[in-house]
Design a protein around this ligand. Sequence first.
Ligand SMILES: *[C@@H]1O[C@H](CO)[C@@H](O)[C@H](O)[C@H]1NC(C)=O
Ligand SMILES: *[C@@H]1O[C@H](CO)[C@@H](O)[C@H](O)[C@H]1NC(C)=O
Ligand SMILES: *[C@@H]1O[C@H](CO)[C@@H](O)[C@H](O)[C@H]1NC(C)=O
Length: 188
Amino acid sequence: MMINQQVVVIVMMMMLMPLTQSLKLNAGNWGRSFEGENKETVTNLQFYFHDTLSGQNPSAVRVAQPVDKNKSFITLFGALMMADDPLTETSDPKSKMVGRAQGLYGSACQEEIGLIMAMSFSFTDGPYNGSTFALLGKNSAMNPVREMPVVGGTGLFRMARGYAIAKTHWLDPTTGDAIVGYNVTLVH
Ligand SMILES: *[C@@H]1O[C@H](CO)[C@@H](O)[C@H](O)[C@H]1NC(C)=O
Ligand SMILES: *[C@@H]1O[C@H](CO)[C@@H](O)[C@H](O)[C@H]1NC(C)=O
Ligand SMILES: *[C@@H]1O[C@H](CO)[C@@H](O)[C@H](O)[C@H]1NC(C)=O
């Protein structure tokens, strides 16, 4: 009876104790977890994305499409593009190049023009030279403003998370060529 009461008191004390002990886990020689330093940096990047489908040297090419193309008549549902798009400092395609956006985007929506973007943004200018972030999310391309998640990064942006606000600056509805302004906030 006494022992039971003591056990109850100890358990209650443990439950009330703040979790002050830092996390330390080991799995043989192959895994360990420890508490990291929580010093985070915020980076804001503003640049323009040039997606060119037309002409002799398109920066985005269609690599797959549905067998029954007519089903996707309006939304292009099922069409998949591979892009290697330049990123510049201003909306002028001849302005300073700061990096490239490389990866896939495809029409993932049946009732609107909506893209799933899976792209690596790599930078070549200033302190960001050699660093990348990964963007993965839905782009409702016909909305004037849309937000997409940033899910990781390398180099200076290692462990990054954040969001990208994209605004269409210019669009040729016949060819699909577009210049899109990106405003990206990263925490890393
Ligand atoms: C393709 O779809 C459009 C829109 O739904 C329709 O107007 C057209 O007749 C279709 N064409 C064929 C060949 O089925
Ligand atoms: C970026 O880094 C690469 C590789 O280190 C280097 O060759 C290049 O000159 C750098 N570019 C700029 C603009 O600093
Ligand atoms: C860019 O995004 C940041 C953070 O969301 C915001 O504070 C800033 O006003 C934006 N800049 C422009 C030009 O939209």
